[in-house]
Design a protein around this ligand. Structure first.
Ligand SMILES: [Zn+2]
Ligand SMILES: [Zn+2]
Ligand SMILES: [Zn+2]
Length: 171
């Protein structure tokens, strides 16, 4: 518990420094948004985060949440992820190791994974083309274990499957 608190302390410090560098003012609303973002170990759209913030302070607007997420991304606390449903999701970046995602196109479940072998192969391939990778996101679309049991027929279509990511459970 104490460990988590000190961790947030570092993140708040990073955010505070970024705010100053950007010539912005410290506001209680931005701090609240940061706090809720850090507490939520999920892939969130700005809309998802907005509803979580709303439960604690109904005066915070959607634009403020959106802009704060952009600031968090610039500060290196959040990173953007896309799952192919046209939305931008945000997840923790600071102190969170790189990973890639599998997305179930049926129920929207998102599985995080990391494979040193895949990472090494990607570097090898980039090298082969004299390409210097700065960023990558590997996205595997398909059916999760549960949905395979329900959905027996698999469409052999060449079209990209439609992605509907499960929205965050607001508890
Ligand atoms: Zn990767
Ligand atoms: Zn599924
Ligand atoms: Zn993730």
């Amino acid at each position: 518990m104490t460990d988590k608190k000190t961790k947030f302390q570092t993140e708040k410090q990073i955010f505070s420094e970024h705010i100053q560098k950007s010539g912005l003012r410290h506001t209680a609303q931005r701090d609240l948004i940061l706090e809720i973002f850090l507490r939520t170990e999920e892939h969130l759209t700005s809309e998802d985060l907005y509803w979580l913030v709303q439960k604690e302070d109904a005066t915070v607007g959607h634009t403020t949440v959106y802009r704060t997420l952009k600031l968090l991304t610039e500060a290196g606390l959040a990173r953007e992820v896309r799952f192919g449903d046209g939305k931008t999701y945000y997840e923790h970046h600071y102190n969170h190791a790189h990973h890639d995602h599998m997305i179930c196109t049926e129920c929207g479940q998102v599985i995080e994974f990391f494979s040193a072998e895949i990472e090494a192969l990607q570097d090898l391939m980039a090298n082969k083309f004299g390409f210097k990778p700065t960023h990558h996101s590997l996205r595997i679309l398909g059916l999760c274990e549960n949905c395979q049991k329900i959905n027996t027929e698999t469409a052999a279509s060449g079209a990209q499957p439609r992605v509907r990511v499960k929205s965050v459970v607001v508890s």
